[in-house]
Write a protein that binds this ligand. Structure first.
Ligand SMILES: [Zn+2]
Length: 306
């Protein structure tokens, strides 16, 4: 369509965010609507409303990229692996293209995050970048030479549903995960996983932010919980380093705001990584909450005209 605008949409569990990115990579318009939780057809309608709202403001049609929870199965064309389970089993791409009246690119939200941070974010210019979402769920995506690695089954980077490595006896079998297995990394490293772990050890029901704040203020129980969390994160990331050996790991999602992670986790991961020296950098996101929509917009790369 030759437009200089790209619209990126981040389809989340509670909100759908959209932004128009101009030819220079700047966000020009940003809007959000609530996700019609649990309702597939209403979710598609809400995306259509959001796109029309944004295009009305920029006064032009744009290319559309959408970051989704889960991924499109190459085998069936249907959504799989989404923690927003109402999407699972639906032909989301053709349904959205019919609603928007144009070709639309969809990709896993963690892949969009990795693409954003590798394109012009915290890891700009680095050849191998692992992007991690630590939020309501745990996801991951790989950007190699500025392109997302999709994989034969479209699950490359999905470390959240690997088991927690080097588990202690008390970590086995772990909590049940929505994917049907027990002890997935997601059940330990998601926000709800952190809160559940603190509750289990202390009887206190605290949000992840309250636990992080407590640890920073010197509260012993919160410090112990956060240290346990950071050791688990170090173990999970060590397996990624052993397998992919990225130049940088960029954290995103709500828990990426915990400043202690960036200092402490690299102190812990040498216990687990199979290397004498570790030069992999652990970085906070340069674009914060905007990375999801930016990466979705970059599904239509600047050097490609449609
Ligand atoms: Zn799982």
């Amino acid at each position: 369509m030759g437009s200089r605008f790209r619209i990126g949409i981040d389809l989340g569990g509670t909100k759908i965010e959209g932004a128009a990115i101009d030819g220079g990579g700047a966000v020009r318009v940003r809007r959000r609507v609530a996700t019609p939780t649990g309702n597939y057809h209403a979710t598609i309608a809400a995306i259509g409303t959001l796109v029309r709202m944004i295009e009305g403001e920029i006064g032009a049609a744009a290319s559309i990229g959408i970051g989704i929870p889960g991924t499109i199965s190459p085998a069936t064309g249907l959504v799989k692996n989404a923690n927003s389970t109402c999407l699972i089993g639906h032909p989301l791409q053709p349904d959205i293209e019919a609603a928007l009246g144009r070709p639309t690119r969809l990709a896993n939200d963690a892949n969009c995050f990795a693409l954003s941070e590798a394109t012009d974010g915290a890891a700009a210019g680095l050849p191998t970048v692992f992007g991690v979402i630590l939020g309501t769920g745990v996801g991951g995506g790989l950007a190699i030479d500025g392109r997302v690695l999709l994989g034969a089954n479209a699950v490359a980077g999905e470390w959240g549903h690997n088991p927690l490595p080097w588990p202690a006896a008390a970590e086995i079998p772990g909590r049940r995960c929505y994917c049907g297995r027990y002890g997935c990394i997601e059940t330990f490293l998601s926000g709800p996983g952190l809160s559940a772990d603190h509750l289990h050890h202390t009887g206190q029901r605290l949000s992840p932010a309250a636990i992080a704040d407590g640890a920073e203020a010197g509260d012993a129980a919160s410090s112990t919980t956060l240290e346990r969390y950071m050791d688990r994160l170090a173990r999970g990331l060590a397996t990624v380093i052993n397998l992919v050996d990225p130049d940088a790991i960029v954290l995103g999602g709500g828990l990426s705001g915990i400043a202690a992670l960036y200092e402490r986790v690299p102190q812990l991961w040498p216990r687990y990584v199979f290397s004498d020296q570790i030069v992999t950098r652990l970085l906070p996101p340069a674009h914060g909450d905007s990375s999801g929509v930016r990466g979705a917009a970059w599904l239509w790369p600047p050097d490609e005209r449609s």
